[in-house]
Every structure is written in C-alpha cells, then in structure tokens.
Design a protein around this ligand. Structure first.
Ligand code: GLN
Length: 532
C-alpha cells in the first residue's frame, strides 16, 4: 500500500548496490493516468519533484536522488498516462502500420522500451524499478505484466521484490502475516513469483513468522527481510546492509560484488553526524498544504524539510521543524508575534490566494524583527510584494497571480506563460527545470555558494516585473542573482548591514540538497538561524 516505504526501499537498495561498485539507476513507474505529477494537488499526492530536465515527478524521485547522490533524467520516470499518450500518438501517426493496438503487447512493449532506454542512457549495470500502487490494483497491472515479461526473457537477470506491510492490530498485539501471504498469492496469479519480501512493520519480524511466510509462499526465509519502523529513513540503508540485502540481491541476479566497491563509509559518516547533532535550531515553515482531513501532512514540503536537516546536521545542529499554517496567521487565529520563537523562517513554494496575506505578514515580521528568512519561489515573490507595500509604500502592490488590477504588479506573469494559460495549457508548461543564474560579487548568496554561476531547478509562471526593478533596488532590496541575460530576477536579499539573513530565490534549491552534499544556501540560512 502507499506510504509503506517502497520508495525508501528502492532508494536504499540502489545506494547499497552502488556502494558495491555497480553503476545503478532507479526508475519509478507510477500507475496514474496523469502524464506527469505536475497537475496533482500536493495535499493529496505530496510534493512535485522537478528534475534538471524539467520533468515534474513524484516525490520518490527526490529520495532516489538523495540516496544515490546523482541527478536522474526524464527516462527514469514513467506514468501510465505518459505510456498511453505515447502509444496513442504513435497509433495516430500510423506508427503501428495498421495493426490493432492493444494493452498487451503494445503498452507493455512501450514500458519495456522505456526501461531499456533508461538503463542504456544511464550506462547502468543494475536498474532498480519501483512499481507504484498495491498488488491487486487494476491500475498497475500492466507494469506488473511488463515485469513478468522482463523476467521470462531474462530469467537470470531479473529479481522481484515485494514490499509488504505486516499489521500489528492494537487489540491483539500480534503481528499478522496473512495480508503478505495473500499479496504473494495474488502476485502468483499474475504469473510472477517474488524472490524476496521486505517486511515492513512497526516491529521486527521474528523467525517464526519468517518461516510461516516462507512455507506459504515458497520464498526462502533467508530472503524475507525484516524492516521495522525506525526514526530516520537515512538509517534504512545501513540496516538493510546489516541484513546483507545487497549480497542477496546480487546472488538473485547472478552477480558478484565488485572489488572496487567503496562500502557505505560516507553514508555511515553522515548518519553518525546526524545522530551526534544536538544544538537545537528551531525552524518554522509557513505554508498552506498541511491539512488533509484531521491529519497533518508534511509531504508537500519534503525536500525543504530534508534540505534543512542536511544543512543542520553538517553544522552539528538538530533542527526542530514546525509547520505554521499561513491561513491561521491570515485569519488572526494565530498572532504574528507567535513567530518570535523561531530561529529561522521559511516560506516555501506555493500557488494561489489562500494564506497569501498570512505569508506576507510573516515576511514583514521576519524583516522587521531580524529573524533569518529564506523565501523559496513564491516565498521570494511575496518577499518582493511585502517590500513594495511596506517599504516603498505601494500599498496595493501584489502579484498578478492574485490581483490582476493592481497598479503595482511587482510580480507578473512571464510573457510566454500568458499564452499557455489562455489556452488552458497547464500540463508541464511552467518554467521548469535547471537554469543558470549569475550572482553579484560580494552578495550573501555569492558568498553562500562560493561561486558566481549557479544552476538551480525551477517551477513557476510568474516573475519579478522589471518595470519596478530599479525602484525596488533603490529602496534597498537587492536582486543579487539574475538569469544570464539579466532579464529574470533569480535571487533577492537585504544587505547584511540591515538584516542578518533575508534572502529569497525564484528557484527551488531544496531539490538539489543531498545528505552527502548539503545545499550551501540552506547551510548559510541555518548558520544565521544558529546565531540568532
Ligand atoms: N505561484 C508562483 C508562480 O507560479 C510560485 C510558484 C512556486 O512557488 N513554485 O510563479
């Protein structure tokens, strides 16, 4: 089922095999019909993770990049929608030469072709593919069929792993293995025999249950891996390594560890640093995608949270991250002075009107009270709106995303975006992916990055309006980084003499933060927060 940890399992197995000296690539196959993840609401589906290429993907791709410490490509992600779209477009172009086009084999062939392309373009010797959804779903059946065909064609080179959940019903206190047995049987009915089970549960799986599952599923007990809940996902690869999961996968693939394997030394050092961190740093994230029914979900900002963690750990600090609902700051349910207790505040990316005044109030408070502030995308745009309203006294200043009639549209739509919106052409049409920015020498951002040209990923339709740029700069807010042609503001900041850290970026630097490579901008922000 979703949320059980297939993504982390995939990423961890990838990291372990990489440490054993193999070139590994990871693929996510998502069952939904959306052509990419860009059109999905983050409260329902979590963060949209953007690749360098600009493809909008599922948040699991973020974990893959963080665990493998590599940039993934468009070839490494597919959805049912994407597959069907290709097949249907090819059919319309007579690409099937008059044949009757069917789910099997044409859709499954397209899936297999993509897997092949991904492996080739990554020059990978091992590819780990995660199939989203649940066994028994109608939605993912063609991916499972493709996996079956892959194994039939390459019996020595394909292994199938089921990530399963073993509930411990509160009333019983006993771990139940029946759903796992049933899942394996269901998988068998598709013609697929799993080679390994990763057994997720709140507790470790005991030998007795391993044997019970082995008896009923024909999977050797040795290949049933206990994967109990743990505090940090970053401990998973080390726990898996203890269970020799890497050796077991290699033996299923008829491969041997390479001599040049580097072990997990770097990862261990990172985990040690994480466990030793103790200086507390309190970070508030002011956003709006938190509530789903009665539950609070932080998935919408997962990369931001992880970026805060990596930078904090690298400074020996333990972050306490709290969610502040911008809508509550807006309605007054929560007084703005409540923000005083934070060492640093982030306003992350976002869209639309709700909570926007709460975010602007937050930014004003941070500016006036000298609380370290980092604005990401919308968080930078609203920083410009706040400055225009309260320092330049353009009281009606706004982004045209919210107010199209304002006399001070300090943030406005990018010209090429306007046409797309008029055509309701929303899917994959924002300014997406990696772009280079040039930084001003001596600025806070240039010092943080320690270079003058940086590449960050983007996802936006609006930008700083150049008509107002020089007036805003004259009033003190510096656009310390711009696109190479100087047309687009990529970074904004107040000088250190006026504020310890008041920085915004049009980009999403959080998407490039890695455990083994913390992001310099986040590190500079956490440093300022620690000083406060
Ligand atoms: N809504 C803003 C835009 O489209 C900001 C987007 C974001 O924060 N990712 O430009």
């Amino acid at each position: 089922m979703s949320g059980v940890g297939k993504g982390i399992t995939t990423a961890s197995i990838g990291a372990i095999l990489k440490a054993k000296g193999f070139k590994v690539n990871l693929i996510k196959a998502d069952p939904y019909l959306n052509v990419d993840a860009g059109t999905m609401n983050p409260t329902e589906h979590g963060e949209v993770f953007v690749l360098d290429s600009g493809l909008e993907t599922d948040q699991d791709m973020g974990n893959y990049e963080r665990f493998l410490n590599t940039d993934l490509t468009s070839e490494d992600y597919m959805t049912s929608g994407m597959i069907y779209k290709t097949v249907i477009e090819r059919e319309r172009a007579l690409g099937y030469h008059g044949k009757c086009v069917e789910a099997i084999p044409h859709v499954t062939n397209e899936i297999l072709e993509r897997i092949h392309k991904s492996a080739i373009s990554a020059s990978a010797s091992i590819t780990v593919i995660e199939i989203g959804g649940t066994i028994g779903d109608y939605q993912n059946i063609l991916f499972i069929e493709a996996a079956r065909i892959l194994k039939v064609r390459n019996p020595e080179d394909v292994a199938t792993i089921l990530v399963s959940f073993l509930p411990v019903p509160g009333t019983l206190g006993e771990m139940k293995s029946k759903p796992t047995q049933n899942a394996i049987h269901q998988l068998n009915s598709y013609g697929v025999q799993a080679d390994m089970i990763v057994a997720r549960s709140i507790r470790p799986l005991d030998q007795k249950r391993k044997e019970k599952i082995a008896d009923s599923t024909s999977i050797p007990a040795d290949n049933i891996i206990s994967a109990p809940d743990i505090d940090s996902i970053y401990d998973v690869p080390l726990n898996f390594a203890k269970d020799s999961i890497g050796e077991k996968v290699l033996s299923l693939l008829h491969l041997k560890s390479k001599k040049n394997g580097k072990s997990m030394r770097k990862w261990q050092a990172f985990v040690r640093k994480k466990n030793k961190a103790k200086k507390k740093v309190k970070i508030g994230v002011v956003g709006k995608y938190f509530d789903t029914g009665d539950f609070v979900l932080s998935d919408a900002y997962v990369s931001v949270i992880e970026a805060i963690k990596f930078s904090s750990y690298s400074l020996g600090a333990l972050p306490e991250i709290e969610w502040i609902n911008a809508k509550k700051l807006e309605s007054g349910d929560r007084p703005i002075s409540f923000l005083k207790k934070y060492d640093g505040i982030i306003v992350p990316g976002g869209f639309g009107e709700s909570g926007v005044e709460g975010k602007i109030r937050t930014i004003k408070f941070c500016r006036e009270q000298k609380i370290p502030y980092l604005g990401l995308c919308y968080g930078m745009q609203l920083m410009v709106v706040e400055y225009a309203r309260n320092v330049l006294a353009w009281r009606d200043a706004h982004t045209t995303e919210i107010d199209q009639k304002t006399n001070h549209p300090v943030i406005h739509i990018m010209p090429d975006q306007e046409k797309k919106l008029l055509k309701s052409d929303y899917g994959g049409t924002m300014r997406l992916g990696a772009y280079t920015a040039v930084l001003k020498r001596g600025s806070i951002v240039a010092r943080a990055y320690d270079k003058l040209r940086v590449s960050e990923r983007h996802r936006h339709r609006y930008e700083v309006n150049n008509t107002f740029r020089s007036k805003i700069e004259m009033a003190g807010l510096s656009f310390s980084g711009t696109s190479e042609d100087d047309k687009l503001c990529e970074f904004a900041e107040l000088p250190m003499s006026r504020h310890p850290f008041f920085v915004g970026t049009q980009a999403h630097p959080e998407l490039k933060a890695r455990p083994l490579d913390p992001h310099p901008l986040f590190t500079a922000f956490i440093k300022a927060a620690l000083k406060k």
